[in-house]
Design a protein around this ligand. Structure first.
Ligand code: BGC
Length: 766
């Protein structure tokens, strides 16, 4: 045993020696290279251009210009190319350059690549970090097969305001869960060996605080104190840095009056100095130029500010290549500034192994074998099964019987491409499995009827612009299919007819892909009007209604909660959506997703999040209005569905939480345990959640904070004891002076199935 331990230690020592020697080798290589590079060539490395910058907008001569820039060594990386042959050709041009510096190829691989997985918000509701990691590993395998080696993921922005369309791209409202998710994605994409041909460098985004956009309006200003930013929002970015994330993307928003892209506090003092991040930071698309609109100066000035704040690469602005040389000549920017950024980018290329073999990803036909293959689709189905949240299930209407007469109605019943969600650009989207197809394949002896049932939105112009706005921007001459061709009354009448003939109605309703994601904020987040009209007509038939909800954000679902029998929130589940939904609807899979965002009762409650502070006049979450307390007249404070909530087809019983000791020293450990029993008649998975509350502190603390969770699997009648080890590190927060401390005193330790149904014990920390 001893011997083994000894050799493991030796091995660790040998490994750290080899890491050191490879760092020495990298430093030497890059120093030698940089000695030979001109100022222009160094600045060129700081330039990231996209496929569309040159190709879409424009004329062939623009494309030629890009190629010329590349030949001149004015391009460090490209993004947006997804074709292996094209990537190879561009790399060949780069390798003909004077110094043979390979390009990096970035892409928005957000939830899968060609095989789309559920949107990240849906994936977060699995609370299953193995699955999160696997999704990143699988996506990296697919994306690298065309030559992409840098993914613009994970998106880890905490969001407390469901009006913001980009809530769909992240992991919800909680900084602890967000941190675990950030680590899992980073591990998955980067693997153990960044230079392997099936791993990719991550680009953690959007650094920082982008999800705090005021009023949920995209790109809007963020007004947070440093303390609240660090405690409530920054943990996911921090954990990604600790996990070895290779790069970050600066965000569009401002913080403390300075756009994040030129914010020295964020980019240097926190990210590098405090967290020890040693990779490079790229701007978000055109974010450097946008600092001009923020009002900080002309292109030359904002480029200088961004570079000196700690930004290394400019995405899509052409601002660094256009101005930095002049700034150096005028003495506004030093060679040290340029060298630092250039070195960080060359280091990334070294870490990816590109100097050794710039073509290693590009193996003929590898893409054909890796993309959209059986293994990918099996994984897409597995992760989609676990990414659904059952919000309501009255009288156990679900699971459905396979021999029932089922009417599958609604505008989301049979549209493959609407299963994608935002940020999926799969060329295979038309092959994605629709809800109808999944149900049809699953029934045995039953019948399935279907119709469109409704428009998506009553406002035709808005629906048109949501559906085709993006396409019109990039391909203005492409014809778009007409919408609202059948009158809404006729669509509804058909749905009602089918409902009357059926045993049960599956109503497939929700938001189009483009109603969430970038530039897709909404102030009214109720069920889109046209579809609610259909639901009301269906309700009048008296038939049981199961709502299958396609959405990229929490919606306000008061009417639905009151009036339909079951609500299965399926988000946008990707390539295998229909199969995975049918698996859950018919009970082949027991749903186990739990919410990672609070679902509001009214948009006026936003921002709404479970880990809020107390006021001096707190008011219980579900009690009606009273004067002189912190509440509203017209709606209770509590959410419609709370953070951590989600039903199962079985039931779980929790024991009270027990602590191994009631006191703990700062260097001690205490175990909190709870026993969970499956009291129903089906196997099921349950996410056990641990929250804390710091009772007395020098700064105000949230009423609850998630600090641990475990997903367990229980057979009927089976019990498991779940243990959480707690140390002072789990209780730390950034105090008023921004020191990360665990303050002595009492902490409530709470465990349960969601953020509300908790049993409590008290731990005193010395
Ligand atoms: C988005 C980023 C994305 C980038 C490149 C931006 O508009 O904010 O999330 O990675 O475009 O496509």
């Amino acid at each position: 045993m001893k011997r083994l331990y000894f050799s493991a230690a030796l091995l660790g020592f040998a490994m750290s020696m080899s890491a050191q020697s490879s760092k020495v080798e990298m430093d030497r290589f890059i120093t030698d290279l940089m000695v030979k590079m001109s100022l222009e060539e160094k600045i060129g490395q700081l330039n990231l251009a996209s496929n569309w910058t040159y190709v879409t907008n424009a004329t062939l001569s623009e494309e030629d210009k890009a190629i010329q820039q590349l030949k001149d060594g004015q391009m460090g990386a490209f993004y947006g190319f997804t074709n292996q042959e094209m990537i190879r050709q561009l790399q060949e041009i780069a390798m003909k350059g004077k110094h043979k510096i390979p390009l990096m190829f970035g892409n928005d691989v957000i939830h899968g690549f060609e095989t789309t997985y559920p949107i990240p918000l849906a994936i977060s509701t699995t609370w299953n970090m193995d699955l999160v990691e696997e999704s990143a590993r699988m996506a990296a395998r697919e994306a690298t097969s065309v030559g992409i080696n840098w993914v613009f993921s994970p998106m880890v922005d905490i969001c407390r305001d469901a009006r913001w369309g980009r809530i769909s791209e992240g992991g919800g409202e909680d900084p602890y869960l967000g941190g675990e998710i950030a680590k899992a994605y980073t591990r998955g994409y980067q693997g153990d060996d960044l230079s392997a041909d099936n791993t990719a460098m991550v680009c953690v985004k959007h650094y920082a605080l982008y999800g705090g956009a005021e009023a949920g309006r995209d790109y809007n200003s963020v007004f947070l104190s440093r303390q609240e930013a660090l405690n409530g929002y920054m943990n996911p970015y921090k954990q990604a840095a600790k996990e070895g994330a290779g790069s970050y993307m600066s965000s569009f928003n401002e913080f403390e009056g300075v756009p994040a892209t030129a914010n020295h506090y964020l980019l240097t003092e926190v990210l590098r100095d405090q967290w020890g991040f040693d990779g490079f930071v790229v701007s978000d698309a055109t974010a450097v130029n946008e600092i001009v609109a923020h009002g900080l100066g002309d292109q030359q000035e904002v480029s200088r500010r961004a570079l000196q704040a700690g930004l290394d690469m400019d995405m899509g602005s052409n601002a660094f290549v256009s101005t930095l040389k002049k700034s150096v000549e005028e003495g506004k920017v030093s060679m040290v500034d340029i060298d630092l950024a250039c070195r960080r980018i060359l280091e990334a290329k070294w870490k990816l192994g590109l100097f050794q073999d710039p073509y290693k990803y590009i193996v003929p036909d590898r893409d054909k074998k890796e993309i959209f293959n059986k293994e990918q689709l099996e994984f897409a189905r597995r992760i989609a099964q676990e990414s659904q949240v059952l919000l309501k299930n009255d009288n156990n209407i679900l699971p459905l019987k396979k021999d029932a007469k089922i009417a599958v109605v609604g505008p989301f019943a049979n549209v493959a491409s609407e299963m994608q969600g935002a940020w999926s650009m799969s060329k295979h989207a038309n092959q994605f499995v629709t809800i109808l197809q999944g149900i049809k394949e699953a029934v045995k002896g039953g019948t399935v009827t279907t119709c469109e049932g409704s428009w998506v939105l009553n406002d035709k112009n808005l629906e048109e612009s949501v559906r085709y706005g993006l396409m019109k921007m990039f391909a203005p001459n492409m014809p778009t299919p007409p919408i609202h061709t059948t009158p809404q009354e006729d669509l509804i009448a058909e749905a009602v007819k089918l409902a009357k003939e059926a045993d049960v109605v599956v109503a497939c309703v929700g938001e189009l892909n483009n109603m969430t994601g970038e530039g897709a904020s909404r102030v009214d987040i109720t069920m889109p009007d046209a579809q609610q009209d259909m639901l009301k007509a269906l309700k009048a038939t008296g038939k049981p209604i199961v709502v299958v909800l396609t959405t990229g954000r929490p919606l306000v679902l008061n009417w639905e909660k009151e009036n339909v029998d079951a609500i299965l929130n399926t988000w946008a589940l990707g390539a295998e959506a229909g199969h995975a939904i049918a698996d859950v609807l018919f009970g082949d899979v027991n749903p186990s997703g739990k919410l990672t965002t609070s679902f509001p009762r009214h948009v006026g409650q936003l921002p709404l999040y479970y880990n809020h502070k107390n006021t001096g006049r707190p008011h219980p979450d579900y009690e009606p209005y009273r004067k002189f307390v912190s509440t509203y007249m017209d709606v209770v404070n509590g959410p419609l569905f709370p953070f951590g909530y989600g039903l199962s087809y079985t039931t779980f019983e929790y024991s009270d939480v027990k602590l191994s000791a009631n006191q703990m020293n700062q260097d001690g450990k205490v175990t909190a345990s709870v026993t969970v029993k499956n009291t129903g008649s089906r196997q099921g998975k349950e996410t056990v959640q641990l929250y804390i509350h710091d009772v007395y502190s020098t700064s105000t603390r949230p009423v609850k904070e998630l600090k641990g969770f475990r997903k367990i699997d229980l057979q009927p009648g089976e019990s498991k004891t779940v243990e959480f080890e707690l140390t002072a590190d789990d209780l730390k927060y950034y105090d008023h002076d921004l020191n990360f401390v665990c303050e002595p005193g009492d902490y409530e330790i709470m465990v349960g199935p969601d953020c509300e149904k908790l049993s409590k014990a008290v731990l005193n920390v010395k």
